[in-house]
Structures are given as C-alpha cells and as structure tokens.
Design a protein around this ligand. Structure first.
Ligand code: NAI
Length: 474
C-alpha cells in the first residue's frame, strides 16, 4: 500500500489530502501538524476549515484511509510520498521584510523530512506550499546534506495547489489542471509518474500537466498575480467610473464579452483579500527585484498599491459622505470574511476598512455569518495603547438587523448571498437619518435601496446626487 503523509493540516493540506483519500481508497493518507488544537479539530465534528462538502468527504474517509495526527516524525518516516503544505507568510522583519517569503516553517518541515530519512526509505517530497522560485532546489540540498550514506534517496516535485477557498472541494474534485514539476532525469520522471498515478484515479490524463520544477513554482505565483492584477485593473477603472458617471458593471460586462479578455474576475469592489494574492504578488515582485528586474518588480507592486488605494478610497468615501466625521457614530459592517462561503479573514479588506473607521473614532458593529467574535476582535485590535478603547468601539452582532440598529451608515464588505435579500426597509426604519449604505461588493440593488430613502454609494456606480455635491475624495 502506498503511504502518503502531508505536513501541514491547514486550509490546503486538510482538504487536498481528504480528496486524495476519498478517490484513492488503496492509499493510506496521514495529515500531520505541529499544532495539536488543529489536529484535534480535524478529528472532531467541527472541522477547522469551512468548505462546502468537506465534512462529507472527511466523514467518508477518516478512520478508513485518512488520519490526522500530531506525531509528525513517525508518519513522515513511514511515508513513500511526503507533501509539504505548511504556511509560507511574508517576512515581517529582517532582509526582504514585507516582500520576501518567510521560509522558517518550510525549512523546519524540510528538516523533519531529512531527519526521517534515517529510516533509509526512498521518498518523493512534494512541495504543495506556494514558495519562491527555486525553493525545490533548496529542499534538495537540505535533504542531500542530511542523507549522509544511509542509502535513502529523494526526489523533490513541485505540485502547487490552485483551488479557490470556498470552492475547494469542488475544485479539487474537478481541477482545471493539476501541475507537476520535476527533474528531467530517470529518477525525476519516475517520481512524476508516481504522483501522476495518484491524481489519475480521478483527474483526466490531459488535465495533468508536467513541467520543470522551476516553471511549476513560478506558475503558481504568476497565476495568483494575474488574478490579482485583473481585480486591481477593474478597481482602477471603478475610480474613473465614479469620476465620470460611467457604470463599472456595464463596462466590465462589455469588456468581458471579448473572448480574448473573458469575463472572470472583473467584479469591482473594495479590494481583494485572502492569504495568497498579496503575498504571491509581492513574492513575484521580490523575485524580479532579486534578479535585477526593477521595472518588472515595480509593475507587480502596483497591483498591491491599487488594492491599498481601493480600501482607503472606500474609507474616505464613508467619512466624507457622513459630513467628514464618523467620530462617535455607529457604522454597521456586514461581512468580515475576505469572500463569501469562507470564515477566513486573512488580508480581508474588511479588516482594513474597520481599522480605518476605528481610526476616525467610529463605533463599528460587525456581523458576519461565519466569522467568530474572537476572530473579529483579534483582527480589529489596535496597537496596545488604544486596545481597550478599540474593544469598546467594536461590537459583534448576531444578525444584520442588530448590527444596523441605530447606525448612521452601513457598509457591505463581503459578498454573502444573504445580504442581497435583506429587508432593507426594516434596516432603514431602524437607522439614523440620513441613512447611508456603502456597498463595497456590488450586492445591493442600488435603485431599490435609494427608493427606500438611503443615500447609496456602490463602488464604481454613478454617484448618488448627495455624494456628487461633496468634495472629491478619490
Ligand atoms: P495554514 O496556515 O492554514 O496551514 C499551515 C499549517 O502548517 C499550520 O497548521 C501549521 O501549524 C503547520 N505547520 C507549519 N510548520 C510545520 C511543521 N514544521 N511541521 C508540521 N506542521 C507545520 O496555511 P494554508 O492556507 O493551508 O497554506 C499553505 C500553503 O498553501 C501556503 O504556501 C499557501 O500560500 C498555499 N496555498 C494556499 C491556498 C489557500 O487558499 N489558503 C490556496 C493555494 C495555495
């Protein structure tokens, strides 16, 4: 029986291994993590990751050929194929701070694999984390340095994950493509074949693409950078739409009809979030910088700069619309996750918008159907000195109506479907006058809520007469 072990039981490791276990009953899959609470959660009825369909997949395989364990060393030593799916955040300090990858978790995982090599068993090591280009080479060096004469050999492959949070299970079951990068040697090709055989249990052969190690690593960064760039492009257009009276939805639809452009990822909004986009764009820019390509680096950095601009533009719009002051005013925030269907708040625009409003001394009342109060409080906490005050300024509501009760303004910051069908008349009746709606996700029917009596701002849409009269903020 082939044995697979995955280091890192996070958003990627958990779902991707659960699907392998589901589709390959003859393969034993162990997902390991240094975090005991995470492992306990995977072994409980409340999984640590919210993904439609994931509970059923885990229930079908857990205890059969899928296990979650904190005994990292043992499972790595036993495995034929070791996936490395640890977090690779952006460095907070030191060389390349704010731009380069922090590879501390990744290196500690590499060392665990190296130490386990003492068992003498040959292994295929699969890089699943999004890593800087040529990280696989570094992995090979660490493994080689440790293998010291026990006869164990390693093949390192790159197999980046492309699923989208919120549709992870669907994407894993029917991927657009599975990418496998490996060495062009006999041993490299045979390792690629072994991994290909795993995916071939359910992925059509023509969707399993093989490349060099380096191309696979770069493809992951490039894919996220191009998606983020599309969002920033349409968001830059949204600012011009507001200035000229054009409607960004009409523009995006007209542009998207062109087959060469396509209609995906053209929704204007308050900005992109999630753990990957910003990190991977910055990583790509850093790679350009390190390879003597400053112009290319600047180009990619601008994608992140426009995203920051879009978030601060939104906050400025809220403040200026409400007579240039939100101090002491209650502002309802609907949605805190970075997108609908997930409880993940990493890099969520809602975090920055709330911090901006709190900085202007607003009181925010947040409602999100999936994010816990603890998480909202953690994300909105300010630097230590202002912490106590910030805690009082933040309220977490049980539903949208409670959040909006007595509020001066209401911001929609996540595209949850339930926000499309709210009783906006009831919300309006409970709010102060004038009552403002600031829609950062294009979910509100502008005509309808304007008719109810709201002053409405929706990113990239023609401005409400009220807002037109105000000094330009963009
Ligand atoms: P995560 O933070 O949810 O999970 C990583 C896990 O690795 C954590 O539970 C941590 O405790 C564990 N870990 C770290 N070092 C370890 C070690 N030495 N031994 C054992 N466990 C260790 O991260 P996530 O979101 O799963 O991301 C993993 C990688 O996948 C990242 O490189 C990310 O860029 C990439 N990725 C993420 C996607 C997403 O939607 N979140 C999509 C595609 C790729």
């Amino acid at each position: 029986m082939v044995k697979i072990c995955c280091i890192g039981a996070g958003y990627v490791g958990g779902p991707s291994m659960a699907v392998i276990a589901l589709k390959c009953p003859a393969i034993e899959v162990a997902v390991v993590d240094v975090s005991r609470p995470r492992i306990d959660a995977w072994n409980s009825d409340r999984l640590p990751v919210l993904e439609p369909g994931l509970d059923a997949v885990v229930r079908a395989c857990r205890g059969r050929n899928l296990s979650f364990s904190a005994d990292v060393d043992r499972h790595v030593a036993d495995a034929d194929i070791v996936f490395v799916s640890v977090n690779t955040p952006t460095k907070a300090r030191g060389l390349g701070a704010g731009r380069a990858a922090d590879l501390a978790y990744w290196e500690s995982a590499a060392r665990v694999v190296a130490a386990a090599s003492r068992s003498g068993k040959n292994k295929i090591v699969v890089e699943k984390s999004a890593v800087p280009v040529r990280t696989a080479e570094a992995m090979e060096r660490i493994l080689l340095a440790h293998s010291g004469g026990n006869g164990a050999t390693f093949q390192v492959l790159s197999n980046p994950e492309f699923f989208s949070e919120g549709t992870a299970v669907r994407d894993l079951l029917c991927p657009d493509r599975v990418l496998i990068g490996g060495r062009d040697t006999d041993a490299g090709r045979s390792a690629v074949r072994a991994l290909r055989d795993v995916y071939a249990h359910w992925v059509p052969e023509d969707r399993i693409v093989t490349t060099s190690l380096c191309s696979a690593e770069l493809s992951k960064l490039a894919a996220n950078a191009l998606l983020a760039q599309r969002v920033s492009s349409v968001n830059a257009i949204s600012a011009l739409c507001e200035a000229t009276g054009a409607d960004v939805s009409d523009v995006a639809r007209a542009v998207g009809w062109d087959d060469r452009v396509g209609d995906g990822f053209l929704n204007a909004g308050v900005g992109f979030g999630g753990s990957s986009f910003q990190k991977d764009v910055l990583r790509l820019a850093y790679a350009c910088e390190c390879n003597g390509l400053p112009e290319a680096a600047d180009y990619w950095r601008q994608v992140v700069a426009v995203n920051e601009y879009q978030k601060s533009r939104f906050v400025r719009r809220v403040v200026s619309s409400m007579f240039n002051t939100v101090a002491g005013k209650k502002v309802a925030v609907l949605g805190f996750a970075f997108k609908k269907g997930v409880s993940d708040t990493r890099e969520s625009p809602a975090v920055d918008v709330c911090r901006g409003l709190l900085g202007d001394r607003a009181h925010v009342s947040v409602y999100d159907p999936a994010v816990s109060e603890k998480q909202i409080r953690r994300d909105t906490a300010s630097p230590a000195a202002a912490k106590a005050q910030a805690q009082q300024q933040v309220r977490v509501a049980r539903d949208a109506y409670e959040a909006a009760e007595g509020a001066h303004g209401l911001c929609v910051l996540t595209d949850w479907d339930e926000f499309r069908t709210l009783d906006y008349r009831r919300i309006f009746d409970g709010m102060q006058r004038p009552a403002f709606v600031f829609d950062g996700r294009g979910v509100v029917d502008v005509g309808k809520v304007r008719e109810i009596g709201f002053v409405v701002y929706s990113v990239g849409k023609p401005l409400d007469p009220w807002l037109k009269g105000l000094p330009a903020v963009a």
